[in-house]
Design a binder for this molecule. Structure first.
Ligand code: WT7
Length: 644
């Protein structure tokens, strides 16, 4: 176990009560009143005793080609099914539905490039762009049920491509554009994708990230890809391979690429996408999400937590390549008919006030980001945000890791000017949508994601499943199913059952340690498995280790996470060299660069220590927690199985 934090963040004892006007006018209280309740707590209790009725209410706000016959089918646990028999398509609700109303001409997306260029798309235009790409995909032989891999910079075409796949019933597998060739190759191979959508490059801090070059190297390692579709963005002359690679702008110029493409009728349980995430082994897990339940879950949580209204300009500053982006940049905002803002580049480019200037320029009302970004921008001082008019903001949000009270307060005071509650949302790639989160009607405690969302039951328990006492550390579990839950791991249902449902049966084990206080507020401590949260990104120690041992100098490697002021955690690696190699500063730099090249810059270790042995169990497993304890000068804990 490599708990990323050893103790929970301090409870400052403060309680922030939401502004009564905000509560009064919130979507969630409107729903509560419609059910005859006067308080959020009463509503929550009702959603627990009437879970299926609650989710059916929410599903009923959306359009179905054919209504469901059963809300929840739990006859084959843990392979739960939602809205059984229902026919829909998430894109029908994200786009087509709005074309029948005034929202047809409402802005769906405002995009700003790092160079300051700007593009906007109404729902009508969004449909046009998505339909054209969908027609190109069809003409390339993509069919319902295929898995198309997408590897793109943060440009509107990333979003369009995802929606185009879903529209024609193909599943997408987005690989984050910050990943590199080995990470991309592994994911392509696991998904057995025949088609890859990418771009020539992207901009980051004024420099071109040569995505297509990385793609070429990855494709040399994975023979499955037959077609590679390339959007032009940086226009720097990317290397193309004849017969395999096609420029999208050429294809989009063909008559076949017209703006009309029917939205495929899908079963509620049909696969919408897979998204790879890190777990305990080196092999990333392809988390499977579906059209129906995921659609209802993401729609509902965004509507009630971020209180989405037609007047809002909503900005989720994540990358669409991670689950936060899938759910809360692409799908949920569109299903809610919202206007979203998306920014291509680095938060401090060209100056540390880039974000704040865009909040003012675009009149952002809701800003959803991660603690690491807040800490990163906080470092530059209060003067940068103070120069900009941030008065349009009404709600703030945080996700990815526990937010430390200093960052929470800075965000609250300097960005939200003590007016905007912070929605600290706990959830996972696997859960699909928010699970533990406030709504505008819940009093906040800085550092806690507060309480489970409507219809969600969580607890903190001992290994045998018995509840922990208040403030006692334990395992975070989810006790009952929810619509956006993962359905399985692609091609590996056994790993789904064992990894999540057999740890603390019959509950879903989240893999986090946590405490629950006397008020029922949850304080997440950190991961219990070999996952490290670096700048909110989820990385597996095993992936970093396997990247290291792929270098000829490395015999064995162990990676751990240690606390870092901005990133939350940073990766530190311990390496045993092969005979003939000597430790040196140059070699350390080479190995760090090698991991960056293989996996991506986010996975580059902060330090590499050369050692001659690693602590292991008798069965040969590296005891990372011992390495960690030693690095932090903490007691080594139970080392009865240690053999060094
Ligand atoms: C892990 C899931 C879901 C969006 C991004 C992360 C940690 C996430 C919080 C939060 C404390 C959090 C947990 C969780 N985490 N949000 N608000 N407070 N911890 O998705 O990459 O699947 O990672 O992120 O450890 O298990 P992910």
């Amino acid at each position: 176990m490599t708990e990323t934090r050893d103790v929970a963040l301090p409870d400052t004892g403060e309680l922030y009560y939401p502004d009564p006007a905000l509560v009064e006018q919130s979507n969630v209280m409107a729903y509560a009143r419609s059910k005859g309740f006067n308080s959020y707590d009463e509503l929550y209790q009702w959603t627990i005793t009437h879970r299926e009725e609650f989710w059916a209410d929410m599903a009923g706000e959306l359009e179905w080609f054919k209504p469901w016959e059963k809300v929840l089918d739990d006859s084959n646990k843990p392979f739960y099914k939602w809205f059984v028999g229902g026919k829909t398509n998430i894109v029908y609700n994200a786009i087509d539905r709005h074309l029948k109303t005034w929202r047809k001409n409402k802005l769906a997306l405002i995009w700003e490039g790092e160079d300051g260029s700007q593009r906007t798309y109404s729902y009508y235009q969004l449909n046009y762009e998505v339909s054209r790409i969908a027609n190109v995909l069809k003409s390339m032989g993509v069919k319902k049920g295929d898995i198309v891999t997408i590897y793109m910079p943060r440009i509107p075409e990333l979003m369009f491509s995802m929606l185009a796949c879903a529209k024609i019933g193909a599943a997408h597998s987005v690989v984050y554009g910050g990943f590199s060739e080995a990470a991309l190759a592994d994911r392509l191979a696991d998904a057995k994708s025949k088609v890859l959508i990418t771009a020539d490059g992207g901009y980051m801090r004024g420099k071109i990230v040569e995505l297509k070059k990385i793609v070429n190297e990855a494709l040399a390692r994975t023979p499955t890809v037959q077609t590679c579709l390339v959007f032009r963005h940086t226009n720097h002359g990317a290397p193309m391979e004849q017969g395999r690679d096609f420029w999208m702008h050429d294809l989009l110029g063909l008559p076949i690429a017209n703006g009309h493409c029917p939205t495929e009728e899908m079963d509620a349980e049909d696969m919408l996408f897979i998204l790879y995430t890190s777990g305990t082994t080196g092999k990333p897990k392809g988390v499977v999400h579906t059209h129906g339940g995921y659609m209802v879950g993401t729609y509902t949580t965004l509507k009630f937590v971020f209180d989405i209204k037609d007047e809002d300009r909503y900005w989720c500053a994540a990358d669409p390549g991670w689950i936060t982006g899938h759910s809360f940049i692409v799908y949920a905002p569109l299903i809610n008919g919202a206007t979203s803002f998306m920014y291509e580049g680095a938060p401090n480019y060209p100056y540390p006030d880039r974000w704040w200037s865009m909040v003012a320029k675009h009149g952002i009302t809701i800003l959803y980001t991660a603690p690491t970004a807040i800490r990163g921008l906080m470092r530059f001082g209060d003067l940068w945000p103070s120069r900009h008019d941030l008065s349009t903001l009404r709600l703030l949000g945080s996700v990815g890791e526990p937010i430390n009270p200093e960052a929470w307060k800075w965000f609250y005071e300097k960005i939200g000017h003590n007016r905007c509650p912070i929605m600290d949302t706990w959830w996972q790639t696997e859960t699909g949508h928010f699970m533990i989160t406030p709504t505008p009607a819940v009093p906040l405690k800085p550092g806690s994601a507060t309480r489970p969302f409507l219809g969600i039951e969580v607890d903190v328990v001992h290994e045998d499943g018995t509840p922990c006492a208040p403030d006692e550390d334990g395992l975070l579990v989810i006790k009952t199913p929810w619509p956006g839950m993962m359905r399985t791991i692609l091609y590996d249902p056994q790993r789904y059952v064992e990894g999540y449902w057999q740890k603390v049966p019959p509950y879903y084990a989240a893999g986090d340690s946590a405490r629950k206080d006397k008020d029922g507020y949850i304080w997440v401590i950190g991961r219990l498995d070999d996952v490290i949260k670096v700048s909110g990104y989820r990385l597996g120690t095993a992936e970093v280790e396997s990247a290291l041992v792929s270098h000829p100098a490395v015999a064995e490697a162990a990676a751990i996470g240690l606390p870092h002021e901005v990133k939350g955690n940073a990766i530190h690696a311990f390496v045993i060299l092969r005979a003939g190699y000597e430790p040196s500063h140059e070699l350390e730099e080479k190995l760090r660069a090698h991991v960056g090249h293989e996996l991506g810059p986010i996975a580059r270790p902060d330090s590499i220590t050369f050692v001659t042995s690693l602590p292991k169990t008798r069965s040969g497993k590296i005891m990372r927690r011992v390495l960690r304890a030693r690095a932090l000068g903490l007691p080594e804990g139970d080392i009865s199985t240690l053999e060094e």
